[in-house]
Write a protein that binds this ligand. Sequence first.
Ligand SMILES: *Cc1c(COP(=O)(O)O)cnc(C)c1O
Length: 397
Amino acid sequence: MPDTNPLSYITSALDEIKAAGGFFRLRQLQSACEPVCRADGREVINLASNNYLGLANHPKLKEAAEKAVREFGVGSGAVRTITGTLAMHIELEEKIAAFKHTEACVVFQSGFTANAGTVSSVLTPNDHIISDALNHASIIDGCRLSRAKIHVFRHRDAAHADEILTGLAGEPGSKLLITDGVFSMDGDIGPLDQLVPVAEKHGAIMMIDDAHSSGVLGANGRGTVDHFGLHGRVQIQVGTLSKAIGALGGYVCGSRDLIDYLYHRARPFLFSTSHPPAVTAACLAAFDLLIAEPERVQLLWDNTNYFKQMLKQEGFDTGLSETPIVPIIVGETKAAMDYSRALFDEGLWATGIGFPTVPQGLARIRAIVTATHTRAQLEQSVDILKRVATRMGLPGL
Ligand SMILES: *Cc1c(COP(=O)(O)O)cnc(C)c1O
């Protein structure tokens, strides 16, 4: 028999990934997601999670989730449009809408499905999407699914977006201008203050993906629109419940009509089962905490500033970061991956990121600070970063 494995090309593709130094194993977390956690059998300082406010293991969220399980069970039983809309789903949507100062909100199973489901249902093949070059994969997939014409503007370059929209003046169809609020690889902020006037000038829909800005930017962590004082001027706001909010999910905020339309047309909403009670209850408790304890957000920023200041003193290059996402630029992909592995062995968990996720030559370690790290843990992290970089002779460090 000849080799008839129809998937043999997958093995060749994997070999290519391995040759390029991009192959990884999944590390296993063996404790709760905390500033110090256990993973792959060792205790490490965790600078790799998106648990910005330390809510993933917060007693109030856990208590709410446990209570929801006891009362309502573990599954919702159906998609939202059949029997899968629990009263608490609506309560969460109303709470988020009020928090974001918008008319209405729809919760999706994840931030990914919120983006992909929204862009693909709001735009048609006759329309145009003007998208930042570094927008998240879920936006890109949504754009592709919509089959609208995609125009990419240079990263954070509102003048370029303006130029593209000017070139499209007179073209039929809707135009959507879309950016991440905070970019996940560099930790820089989308220039919403410059993009909104461009969208308004051209009558384009403005959409923001606040996955890394919810719970991080703005009063009480309300996100980029609040940070820039642009309430009422951004038609579609996406956020995630999976990062700072500590649980799982995504949401879209906007007008009542937008949300009603998504209830009828967004495919992940229509064709995939809704959140289990525990997740929804945990999210409700998280928003209560954001409102009651805004000092968590301040702690996050105090820790971020403290950590970055120490890194700068040690001569590390933290790139364009303006947020708790702190890249430490190393250069080549293999060097970044080796550095990340060596850091882990010394007790620091920080993700290595290389090409093609980031451009050639800009491979990095990405450290994410949280509100719950102690000063001592951050100091120790910088010590480890410095010690391992020196030992490895990393260029520029
Ligand atoms: C993480 C992320 C998402 C996806 O959110 P999930 O809730 O994890 O699916 C979407 N957009 C951006 C910019 C993200 O960083």
